[in-house]
Design a protein around this ligand. Structure first.
Ligand code: UTP
Length: 297
């Protein structure tokens, strides 16, 4: 079935406090996983899923992110003159067609839900995707593409879901859901950052969503939730109380939480090991380091 999902919102207006002092000057999304900024992984995933319009919700201090998608005529001329055609090709993935990219400001970091709401006038009447670039997902088929295909069958709202340890549920939006076959679950309830011991399951929402425009209306009507922020989870949960469908999709692939230091380091190792030009050297280094540590113990 032909997908109607052509727009994606990238909320990138958060303060990124877990990476201070780096994020004082560098947007988190520009931090580099091997040799590409986090945002490039999200853009590639979006393109693979058929996204044509990219809406960034930004804030003060994010100009490096906007610059990243500009063409660089002097750099390109210099690479061409020196015959560095492979590098020229690499640069192409950073180019955006004129008009395909839009930036909206979130003036205050009032939460993920508020960031999405800031893009309401650009979304229109079709379902749209929301992607959090902090969540980098490695897998054979890009996560959003898996979801777009499943959504073509289910309609409604859909969130990416994965099992997390019980000790971690209070850090996520958690689903109360029922298996309905394959990777899709039907959501009956969802709660943002449940207090320890109160989570309805271990199935957590991570940063990929396909949403209907009703979510934007809900965001305009609900109050702030957990942490005093306007929560996207609460706006999606409202769909359930109004009798509309919400699905979870247990995606295939490995997700790295690049919004945390440990997750970013793990992703760096995993993506480095997977690179044909770096994997062998990195693997040797890691095994040498581990042997030296064991010998010292
Ligand atoms: P996080 O919860 O990771 O917050 O936001 P953060 O500010 O980026 O990072 P920390 O926790 O201070 O280290 C999840 C996503 O929602 C966006 C962030 O940019 C990130 O992509 N977000 C969050 C906004 O766009 N606006 C907000 O007000 C809050």
């Amino acid at each position: 079935m032909k997908s109607r999902i052509t727009k994606a919102i990238f909320p990138v207006a958060g303060l990124g406090t877990r990476f201070l002092p780096a994020t004082k000057a560098i947007p988190k999304e520009i931090m580099t996983l091997v040799d590409r900024p986090l945002i490039q992984y999200a853009i590639d995933e979006a393109r693979a899923a058929g996204i044509k319009e990219f809406i960034f919700v930004t804030s003060r201090g994010k100009s490096a992110l906007e610059d990243y998608f500009d063409i660089a005529p002097e750099l390109e001329t210099s690479l061409r003159q020196s015959g560095k055609h492979e590098l020229l090709e690499t640069l192409k993935s950073t180019n955006m067609e004129s008009g395909a990219i839009a930036y909206i400001r979130q003036h205050k970091a009032l939460g993920l839900g508020h960031a999405v709401w800031c893009a309401r006038r650009l979304v229109g009447n079709e379902p749209f995707a929301v992607m959090l670039p902090d969540d980098v997902i490695a897998g054979d088929k890009p996560c959003l593409q898996q979801m777009v295909e499943a959504h073509a069958e289910t309609g409604g709202c859909m969130v990416a879901a994965m099992e997390v340890p019980a000790s971690r549920t209070s850090a996520y939006g958690i689903l109360d859901s029922q298996d309905i076959g394959g990777r899709v679950v039907k959501v009956q309830g969802m709660v943002e950052k449940p207090a320890p011991g109160t989570a309805p399951s271990n199935l957590a929402v991570i940063g990929r969503y396909i949403l209907t425009p009703k979510i934007l209306r809900n965001l305009g009507q609900i109050d702030s939730g957990a942490g005093g922020e306007l929560q996207l989870t609460d706006a999606i949960a409202r769909e359930l109380t109004e009798g509309r469908d919400v699905f979870g999709y247990r995606f295939e692939g490995q997700r790295f939480d690049c919004g945390s230091k440990a997750g970013f380091l793990q992703a760096t190792v995993a993506f480095g090991l997977a690179r044909p030009d770096l994997g062998a050297e990195l693997s040797q280094y890691l095994s040498d380091v581990m042997s030296a540590r064991r010998a010292a113990e």
